[in-house]
Design a protein around this ligand. Structure first.
Ligand code: XUL
Length: 549
């Protein structure tokens, strides 16, 4: 057993909106040896959060508690210590955190983090180090005014997105910092360091100021994608004196420090290396094995999301997509569609169907829907931007239930394909995740629309797994024995059951035609183009002539 005794373990943590998860992997045996999750509301009820969010003072304000995150980390490390694993084998720890959230530390923090009392819980020792008791998180949308101010200070949305990867977004850290500076100038001036959730938690583990990685750094509207460092016009345009308050930006695989004496003494953990943390989306990129260009993930959840690795930092000229740094040193594109399951459910309910009836209707209708298009903007849409919700029908009768079912699924998948073209990625493989990915009929439409192979992927804790894999990669990199990313993810982040849905070439051609019509319908519905009805009718006639496509 000499061999097994020496094989290292790697710990990945994921501090998400609602919970803290830990995964330990045995890299040699390619298996997860420990997995545990703690929901903030239940494990730490004294903070009074609802799904991880403090009681809201206004509908557009979303705050959480950094002290609660620290207490959760303390509890979770206690669980790791009690896992029964041979913990001297723990070689490195990394982490993932909800993106965009920020933590404000005062001037005493830096020294205090290095000399925490191991006899005391963590939270109570962190509270006095904060210059702001709460953290704004990604669900906050109260900074429209600050977004406009930063956009104008940096020379416009196009320039801001070209440099930072995104136009100004309310939840991004820069606009949130500006709001704090304007609303609480004294507390802002008493702030010595502004961390992201990721770099804050890494600092707690290392007992010193940890860097931000380019992945999480690009969710701030402050970092220049091209240089992987702060972009002065944005830093200066956000708040005075901000440059000195920001942590350093370092590659995701760099070492933030060693697990501090606090953890070694309090939980009898070894002096493991702490690898720089990142955001949940960059960590999920690794945790779902998206380590080469051409492989993307589509999550069919409440919202639909497409994301994948990009070798180049191409940005979305329409301003709806985001570019983040990837933990591999490359980039990742991400586009969100708000009307995901929301719209599929609304169509199902409109016609009083069950999910099996919905699937049957999809099966019973021809691919291409005889040219009929349904734009399902039941809720305000992010991609394309639609502020006034409403559905639009082209060639589709209001009472046509099966036509609506196929219409909503095809429109969503064509929107996913068309509005992710800015990534400049030739998609050959799609990992489908999320609730609706259980529906094989939907996955077949996905394969035909994209002209790509589709696999169902069980994500589980993909961000925590991605963090554990990054811990392994970072530790080996530092040891001078780097492991290629394909090897890092192999055996860990792979599709389940390996059921593949192949694109059917002739049908992909149908969708290439239909996507042009879909684009014309979208432009018309948004008031930017002529009525495409004649085109829709022409397609319908052609489809009838051929007896379907
Ligand atoms: C990404 C985003 C969320 C958060 C929380 O831009 O806001 O995905 O990272 O998960």
């Amino acid at each position: 057993m000499f061999h097994a005794l020496n094989m290292p373990y790697y710990l990945g943590l994921d501090s998400s909106t609602q919970s803290l998860t830990a995964i330990i992997i045995d890299a040699d045996e390619r298996r997860v040896v420990f997995e545990s999750s703690l929901a903030f509301d239940e494990a730490l009820p004294q903070y009074g959060t609802d799904h991880g969010v403090l009681p809201r003072s206004a509908p557009d304000v979303a705050l959480s508690s950094p002290v609660m995150w620290a207490d959760a980390l303390d509890q979770m490390m206690g669980r790791v210590a009690a896992s029964g694993l041979d913990l001297p084998r723990l070689a490195a720890i990394s982490g993932s955190a909800q993106q965009h959230g920020s933590v404000y530390l005062n001037a005493s923090a830096s020294a205090a983090l290095a000399s925490l009392d191991p006899a005391q819980p963590l939270g109570g020792q962190i509270a006095p180090l904060l210059s702001r008791a709460v953290s704004p998180i990604w669900m906050d949308s109260s900074t429209a005014e600050e977004c406009a101010e930063i956009t104008s200070a940096t020379g416009g949305a196009e320039r801001l997105s070209r440099h930072t990867g995104s136009r100004a977004f309310e939840r991004f850290t820069g606009p949130q910092i500006r709001k704090f500076y304007k609303g609480e100038p004294e507390a802002y001036h008493a702030t010595a360091r502004i961390h992201l959730v990721s770099s804050f938690l890494a600092s707690l583990l290392a007992g010193r100021d940890a860097p931000v990685d380019p992945g999480d750094g690009s969710g701030m509207n402050l970092m220049d994608l091209a240089t992987g460092d702060w972009w002065s016009p944005a830093v200066e345009g956000t708040a005075p004196g901000l440059a000195s308050k920001l942590p350093a930006v370092r590659p995701a695989f760099s070492i933030a420090g060693t697990l501090s004496p606090y953890w070694q003494q309090r939980h009898r953990l070894p002096a493991a290396q702490v690898i720089t943390w990142s955001g949940d989306n960059p960590c999920s990129l690794i945790g779902t094995g998206l380590v080469r260009e051409g492989r993307v993930a589509i999550s069919l959840g409440t919202s639909d999301v497409i994301f994948g690795l990009m070798r180049e930092p191409r940005v979305d000229a329409t301003g709806t997509g985001h570019v983040f740094g990837a933990p591999t040193g490359d980039f990742m594109g991400l586009t969100v569609f708000k009307n995901g399951s929301i719209a599929r459910e609304r169509v199902r309910d409109m016609f009083g169907m069950s999910w099996p009836e919905f699937s049957h209707a999809l099966d019973a209708t021809p691919p291409g829907n005889i040219g009929r298009i349904f734009l399902p903007w039941f809720e305000p849409e992010i991609t394309p931007p639609v502020s006034t919700p409403g559905v639009h029908r082209y060639g589709l009768a209001e009472g046509d239930a099966p036509g609506h079912v196929r219409g909503v699924v095809e429109a969503q998948l064509m929107a996913l394909a068309r509005h992710s073209r800015w990534m400049g990625v030739e998609v050959d493989t799609i990992y489908a995740t999320g609730g609706a990915s259980a529906n094989v009929q939907i996955l077949q439409v996905m394969a035909d629309v994209f002209g790509a192979d589709v696999y169902r992927f069980e994500v589980g804790n993909s961000a925590a797994l991605g963090a554990a894999l990054r811990a392994w990669h970072g530790e080996r990199h530092a040891a001078g024995a780097p492991i290629p990313w394909d090897d890092v993810v192999s055996g860990f982040a792979e599709p389940v059951g390996a059921r593949r849905l192949r694109s059917r070439g002739a049908l992909h051609d149908v969708y290439i035609d239909l996507m042009r019509v879909h684009a014309a319908c979208e432009a018309h519905a948004l008031g930017n183009g002529p009525d495409p009805t004649p085109w829709v009718q022409e397609l319908a006639a052609r489809s009838q002539e051929l007896g379907g496509w």
